[in-house]
Design a protein around this ligand. Structure first.
Ligand code: RTP
Ligand code: MG
Length: 179
């Protein structure tokens, strides 16, 4: 029987088999990602999800919802009292958003790099904010900035049973044995 070359290479390199204990499935980190109201209205949800998917991150939960002002205040509590806080709360609660949990080892930093700098006009080309916006206030996407804030933020939006535990079918091809 003919076996395709990439599969042979993977066998040679020891990258096939006994994957269920792979470190990248055991040590996965989680982050809260929100496609903000402008991302939904500008038809960018698919583009943003596509980028996260193609990177190899794992979607663990998703909810399309209208965020209340109270919930927006809780999410951004760290910014309470700053001049932009009230505007930020109004913005996030002004229209539906797509709230998601994504997982991978190091996902918090990876997602932040993919998002780009906070303001669209500062964000590098190639990043989500850099490619699709030039605004200060409307910046398309939220991502947790530390493991501690990810844990707090995820709890605000999802019950534990809403976060799905599964293994991506291509996990063996996302990471090699030496990762
Ligand atoms: P996010 O929390 O939404 O992922 O954004 P971030 O970490 O890049 O930025 P952060 O400093 O946490 O600010 C939260 C959101 O507040 C708005 N903002 N406006 N006018 C201003 O000076 C100002 N600074 C921040 C942005 O919408 C930012 O995403
Ligand atoms: Mg932030």
């Amino acid at each position: 029987m003919r076996v395709r070359a990439p599969f042979c290479d993977a066998l040679k390199n020891g990258n096939i088999g006994a994957r269920y204990e792979h470190p990248h499935t055991r040590m996965a980190e989680s982050t809260l990602i929100i496609i903000k109201p402008d991302g939904i209205h500008r038809h960018l949800a698919g583009e943003i999800i596509g980028r996260l998917e193609k990177k190899g991150l794992k979607l663990a939960a998703a909810k399309f919802m209208q965020v209340s002002e109270e919930l927006a205040r809780q999410l951004y509590a760290v910014h309470q009292g700053k001049p932009f806080f009230e505007g930020l709360v109004k913005y996030l609660s002004s229209a539906p958003v797509l709230v998601m949990v994504w997982e991978a080892e190091g996902v918090i930093d990876m997602a932040r790099k993919m998002m780009g700098a906070t303001f669209g006009y500062d964000a590098e080309p190639g990043t989500i904010r850099g490619d699709f916006g030039c605004s200060k206030g409307y910046n398309l996407i939220h991502g947790s900035d530390s493991p501690e804030s990810a844990e707090q933020e995820i709890k605000l939006f999802f019950r534990p049973d809403e976060i799905i535990d599964y293994r991506l079918a291509d996990a063996d091809w996302l990471y090699g044995k030496n990762d």
